[in-house]
Design a protein around this ligand. Structure first.
Ligand code: ADP
Ligand code: MG
Length: 576
């Protein structure tokens, strides 16, 4: 470190290019510092470094990283603290050009995700950071750079990467709360459940743009209706009670503004683990649950939507349906079929984000517009088949259509943010007031045949990927719009999805493997070697800004890539 300091001081006042010489590895006694990448000019993307502490010195007890889940939680805890101290600290001379003087580490949200920002192995803990090497104009500010790299960053490392300097109760709680959620999710299936919402959970969020819990006297903590209450014993927290949602077709009904969508959104996010204090630490959903919504304008490539849509005008084929511009109903149908292809065992739908004509056609409309003039088989006529034929459960928010009562196993009514089991009352209403509509399903709904992506032709630069925020990826000359992929929650996940698509095209897309198999191969590599494996950088030079997406979101991104080509074999048959 002393040689790094002397070198940086000697660069003071030189041209920016002189910074190149600081690339390398340095020993700080109790830590090692790696400067992996040095930016070419003050306005280029920042330089990248890592700081590593061996466990002999870090002192973390192996208990805290002894399983994959605990390790991810420990990494997450350190990343958050590092970030917090970076923000609190004075990281630089703000007169420097560009982002000079700014040190960064990936920012975590309310979810605890597998991230490349911090790596814990059996031997060491490592934090990956970016640093804008400071300059005035294009002149090196060597003294400031020396302060950043030899004092500021090691100072934060000392407070976040050494066990003895951490608040032990907070760290242990962080790890245990995450482990409990993972356990809870794993315990759902054997109890015949698809979701669990613990009593006392805080589901509403601070605002439409904040994922933090709503606070204040108006917040109503979740409380299970007595008939739906189940108890589960967690490894760390012990016994907890809450509402179990069984496999089946579940309706969430209730007046407007009574908390229906809030419950559904909690279920969407329940595929991820949350930090202590989030309010959703006991709101857990099966890991392959997929939110389904209308998404007009999206691209669809050779998806068999014939189970839902048939006889389109001009004889368009819906057994292998492609469009550059799907309608509300065709996009929602494609989203369902693709979710089935990704192995979803639970679909989550909200009337707020569904196409009405996809959800229901009532008796009067059926009489006015004959079935032969209506391409859509509404979801209401397929939802039982999804369950009974394909073992796929559904939770649907419907405030508007009583016809849905007839297909539900369970009806939960939200009233003043409190759930009530109104299944009995719903049954009574069905008996007293017979429905007007006739079932419209024609043919049987089958599990979709696998779709096989074709290798991408063209120049290698078509593999140039970039993520912008949570919602956008550019892939070569295409854009992938992920704004309506609701369970993609973090910009670092989006970056990872972008790299995964590139990696998959380079290695596994061969015109023979189905899309789901391609994605599984990538996930196996990640499982074995860590998320770093999809990084575009040389080994050891980590980007530190990737977070793990699920198989479902990776497949969703592929399916929205406008240049993706699917083999037109005799696949894609859903209805027979
Ligand atoms: P719905 O879908 O039934 O129309 P929402 O779920 O959108 O209603 O909720 C309406 C409003 O109530 C939102 O602003 C939400 O944040 C708030 N809210 C939801 N659940 C709770 C709760 N348990 N306590 C306090 N406010 C809540
Ligand atoms: Mg709503």
């Amino acid at each position: 470190m002393e040689s790094l300091r002397r070198n940086l001081l000697s660069l003071d006042g030189k041209g920016y290019g002189a910074y190149k010489s600081v690339r390398g590895a340095y020993s700080g006694g109790w830590f090692d510092l790696f400067i992996d990448h040095v930016q070419a000019d003050p306005f280029a993307p920042p330089s990248r470094g890592r700081i590593r502490v061996l466990h002999g010195i870090s002192g973390f007890p192996p208990y805290l990283y002894g399983s994959r889940t605990r390790k991810i939680a420990l990494q997450d805890f350190v990343a958050r603290n590092f970030y917090r101290l970076l923000k609190a600290g004075d990281s630089g001379d703000r007169s420097a050009s560009g982002k000079g003087g700014l040190v960064g580490v990936d920012r975590c949200g309310q979810e605890v995700l597998d991230r490349t920002a911090v790596l814990v192995t059996g031997d060491f803990i490592e934090v990956r950071f970016t640093v804008g090497l400071p300059a005035r104009g294009r002149t090196v500010l060597g003294r400031e750079a020396a302060r950043l790299l030899t004092e500021f960053v090691p100072g934060i490392a000392e407070r976040t990467m050494l066990y003895k300097n951490l608040r032990r109760e907070d760290l242990v709680r962080h790890v245990e709360v995450v482990e409990d959620q993972e356990y809870l999710r794993g315990a759902l299936a054997e109890r015949g459940l698809v979701a669990f919402v613990g009593n006392g959970s805080i589901l509403p969020r601070e605002s439409g743009v904040s994922d933090r819990p709503l606070t204040g006297p108006a917040v109503v903590p979740f409380q299970s209706p007595p008939g739906l209450e189940v108890e589960i014993s967690l490894p760390n927290r012990g016994r907890v009670a809450g509402m179990g949602i069984p496999r089946g077709v579940t309706l969430v009904v209730g007046g407007g503004y009574h908390g229906k969508s809030t419950l559904l959104r909690a279920l969407e996010r329940g595929v991820y683990n949350h930090i202590p204090g989030d309010g959703r630490e006991l709101a857990v959903t099966v890991g392959d649950a997929v939110k389904i919504r209308a998404e007009d304008g999206r691209r669809v490539e050779k998806v068999d939507i014939s189970g839902f849509i048939n006889n389109l005008p001009f004889g368009l084929d819906t057994r292998s349906f492609s469009t550059e511009n799907a309608s509300g109903s065709t996009s929602q149908a494609a989203n369902i079929v693709e979710a089935l292809e990704s192995g979803a065992s639970l679909l989550l739908l909200d009337e707020d984000t569904s196409a009405t004509n996809f959800m229901i056609r009532d008796g009067r409309m059926q009489r006015l517009v004959a079935k032969r003039n209506e391409p859509i088989t509404p979801f209401i006529d397929r939802v039982r088949e999804l369950l009974e034929g394909l073992n796929v459960s559904t939770v649907i928010v419907v405030g508007g259509s009583g016809d849905y009562l007839g297909v539900a196993d369970l009806v939960i009514m939200m009233q003043n943010y409190m759930p009530h089991d109104v299944t009995g009352a719903a049954r009574k209403i069905i008996e007293d007031t017979p429905g007007q509509r006739v079932v419209e399903a024609a043919g049987r709904l089958c599990r979709p045949a696998p779709r096989i992506p074709l290798p991408a032709g063209g120049k290698p630069d078509r593999f140039r990927v970039r993520a912008r925020g949570v919602e956008q990826i550019s892939f070569g000359r295409d854009d992938i719009n992920l704004a309506y992929v609701d369970q993609l929650v973090d910009p670092s996940q989006t970056r990872a999805v972008a790299e995964i698509i590139r990696y998959a095209y380079e290695r596994y897309v061969d015109g023979k493997k189905p899309l789901s198999a391609v994605v599984e191969r990538v996930l196996e590599d990640i499982g074995r070697e860590g998320l770093d494996v999809v990084s575009p950088f040389e080994r050891g030079q980590h980007p530190g800004d990737l977070a793990g997406p699920r198989k479902q979101e990776i497949m969703a991104a592929f399916n929205r890539l406008r240049s993706v080509r699917i083999s037109s074999g005799k696949n894609n048959r859903v209805t027979q």
